[in-house]
Design a binder for this molecule. Sequence first.
Ligand code: FA5
Length: 339
Amino acid sequence: MAISPLKNSALEAIKRAQNLAELEASYKAYLGKKGELTLILRSLANLSETERKAQGKEANDLRDLLEKRFAERKKEVQREEIVIQEKLAIREHVDVTAPGKRLPKGHLHPLTLVQKKAEEIFQSMGFAIAQGPEIETEWYNFDALNIPANHPARDMWDTFWLKPKNAGYLLRTHTSPVQIRYMEKHNPPLRIIAPGRIFRYEATDASHEFNFYQLEGLMVGKEVSVANFKAIIQEFYRQFFDKPVSIRLRPSYFPFTEPSFEVDMRWGKGSPRGEAGKWLEMMGAGIVHPNVFRAVGYIPAEWRGFAFGMGLDRLAMMKYQIPDIRLLYSGDLRFLQQF
Ligand code: FA5
């Protein structure tokens, strides 16, 4: 056989081989002991010197080329075979009768649940939702709320100051500055709540965090009274807990309300650590101080209002019987997955 047609048919056979067995068979047919090219190479010895030179080079070149192509195709076929086997292996693993895998779904944090529920109830009573920044100025957090510089009342709120301190920026210590921000932009009468995160530079224990959540409330009108406050708060609790709860109003002091009081709630039976019968302070509240109205440009003689600031964490603790506020921030899934 002449070299040229042999070359074409050999290259074609290499290309066509789909697996190692086919490839090996072709290799044998051309380069094996009795392969076509091997025979040609052997027969060179019988040729005259000039013919041998001419044909010898051509045949040896072809042998080198074919060796190379066989090796390349072998690698390709091996790779293809691995892919096919992997596919088969995967198919073998699909057991159509096995029950489906349940994808774990996330859910809302108990504090978020509590905040949403509280918002829903207050909205149903005509309160709008307002928001303010977590980084506040001294003016909104203190001065406008009738807490002048150097007044001992400032110490009621241990503060994280931002550097430099004389710039007057701080992490808000309560949600009350949102009252000021809202009243500056809106005319009375008004009813708002302002839920949000706040910060205090204080030691932690089972009922105190240094970072927690409050929900501020403010209602301003012509004849708003403590009686209105009490009715609204009692209705809020009734809806929130969906069962009767005991609360008490206790006289207190806040610079921005006069009179001021605190609302406590009694731990019920089944409380987590035998707190049953004990009181937990739920919020501060009172009748808006005239100086607060002055700070926002309202005429104090014309308007009356009540304000309150409730701890959302404490609300969550009461609702879900959580013995320690720190659990809410622990990121512990054993705790969080119970909600
Ligand atoms: C205030 O922050 C006032 N701004 C509340 C207020 C608003 C009074 C409007 C009058 C009018 P106080 O510091 O007491 O008040 O905090 C209010 C509530 O936040 C507390 O009753 C309690 O429920 C919660 N709270 C206070 N400190 C912590 C704390 N360290 N960790 C968790 N909850 C707290």
